[in-house]
Design a protein around this ligand. Structure first.
Ligand SMILES: NC(=O)c1ccc[n+]([C@@H]2O[C@H](COP(=O)([O-])OP(=O)(O)OC[C@H]3O[C@@H](n4cnc5c(N)ncnc54)[C@H](OP(=O)(O)O)[C@@H]3O)[C@@H](O)[C@H]2O)c1
Length: 403
């Protein structure tokens, strides 16, 4: 069992004993894991390891797996920090684990391997990684695109292992939950692609007839406002505090790589999206978070009132099917639309919309925490599905307010 210190840990089941019994059990588990740094193996507990655990996505995965009741942390690698305690780089985990980083060579075979390494290196070493575990969740961009020529177009290099592309499933459960559940290798999803897609997919719910609501031929323009942790833990000139603090800086007004994933995913849902998805990414003053604001046009601008009813129906239907997506659309108050700040540490995506009846312009909004639904949280959600666990296991942390 996980040691139960993670934020997503559920409380004891009703009738399972007093609160104090629960706390005592929790302390016992905590001590036994501290003794070894790994924790005991129980019946069906799955042993999971992380490659690239010293980075931001790896740190978030560590936090989630330490609180997960079905996964046990078997190992975590860092080339630079092998031998150091993981709380050296992830101080929020101090006292929660005595685990130390290892080298890749020291990693033992396990049930599930998470890859949190930069793009290019996941594919470069995929033969080694696939020898370490029967199941892999790769957070990098290496196995997201189905075509090696699309990879070359968007990433500017030939794919290091094109024969592996069709062995991975694109890991967005809200796009194809069954495919993820049946896969042994899953790619993560770009955080900007996640926010864009979770805003757009409800427009394709549930019957093809509803697709007539939006004129997809007019294209989609999506403005993404992103926090600094998207760039990972390594510093650069752009992330130097005096340069990054307080900015509203156009980072990639055109040509963002996640465009390719969004087009590919929409094509799965029958939308001819190639060349019609336009992403612009702006760095803003946040550490975590993405807000995607997509602009589209109704097919029939004269019927905006009917379209609004359809949109409500489609969004509610989408949220009912997907436990980590919720609709935010209030008439009053300050939290009327999706807001990344509310989601820090949560695996939820918030979606919302507004219609301009005069012009037929539809504004679709989606907010996520890039390190959770945009990376580690989604990876655990996929891992839950791949192992037949409840999809929401270990992911119940509701976020903090105020923050
Ligand atoms: N940050 C986000 O919001 C986000 C969202 C979605 C997906 N992702 C993807 O998730 C992956 C990790 O992102 P991140 O933000 O956590 O990056 P990061 O903070 O820069 O961490 C990268 C990690 O990879 C390790 N590493 C670097 N090169 C390696 C190599 N050749 N072989 C093995 N390990 C290597 C580094 O550790 P050592 O140098 O210590 O070995 C470090 O632990 C990336 O592919 C990224 O695109 C990130």
């Amino acid at each position: 069992m996980g040691m139960g210190m993670g934020m997503g840990m559920a409380g004891p089941a009703p009738g399972a004993g007093s609160r104090h019994d629960g706390k005592r059990q929790h302390r016992r588990r905590f001590r036994s894991r501290r003794a070894t740094g790994l924790g005991p193996r129980h019946g069906m507990t799955m042993r999971a390891s992380i490659v690239g655990g010293s980075g931001y996505a790896g740190g978030e995965l560590l936090r989630l797996l330490l609180g997960h009741p079905e996964f046990e942390l078997a190992g975590v690698t860092s080339r630079r920090l092998a031998g150091s305690f993981v709380h050296f780089t992830h101080p929020n985990l101090r006292g929660h684990t005595d685990l130390r980083y290892s080298t890749l060579d020291e990693l033992e075979r396990c049930d599930l391997l998470f890859l949190c390494v930069p793009h290019g290196s996941a594919a470069g070493d995929i033969d080694v990684y696939s020898g370490l575990a029967p199941r892999i969740v790769d957070l990098s961009a290496d196995f997201r695109l189905r075509s090696s020529s699309a990879y070359e177009d968007w990433y500017g290099a030939s794919h290091p292992a094109p024969e592996w592309l069709d062995r991975f499933v694109y890991g967005l459960p809200e796009l194809d939950r069954e495919a993820v559940a049946g896969a042994s290798r899953v790619s993560g999803v770009g955080c900007n692609a996640t926010a864009t897609l979770l805003g757009l997919l409800p427009l394709l719910e549930p019957e093809p007839a509803e697709r007539g609501l939006v004129d997809w031929r007019r294209g989609v323009v999506t403005e993404l406002k992103v926090g600094s942790s998207e760039g990972g833990a390594s510093s650069s000139d752009a992330s130097h505090h005096p340069e990054r603090s307080g900015v509203v800086r156009s980072f990639r007004p055109t040509g963002h790589r996640h465009t390719a994933e969004v087009e590919q995913a929409l094509a799965v849902r029958g939308v001819e999206a190639a060349g019609r998805i336009h992403l612009s990414v702006t760095s803003v003053e946040m550490v975590r978070g993405v807000l995607a604001t997509s602009h589209l046009f109704l097919a029939d601008a004269a019927n905006a009132r009917a379209a609004e009813r359809e949109l409500f129906r489609a969004c509610r239907s989408f949220c009912r099917q997907h436990p980590f997506v919720r609709l935010v659309k209030n008439r009053r108050g300050i939290h009327r639309y999706p807001e990344p700040k509310i989601l820090a540490g949560s695996n939820h995506a918030e979606i919302g919309f507004e219609l301009d009846p005069g012009t037929g312009r539809l504004v679709v909004l989606c907010a996520i925490d890039n390190l959770m639904k945009g990376a580690a949280g989604n990876a655990v959600q996929c891992a839950n599905l791949m192992h037949g666990f409840s999809e929401v296991e270990g992911l119940s942390f509701p976020g903090l307010h105020p923050l």
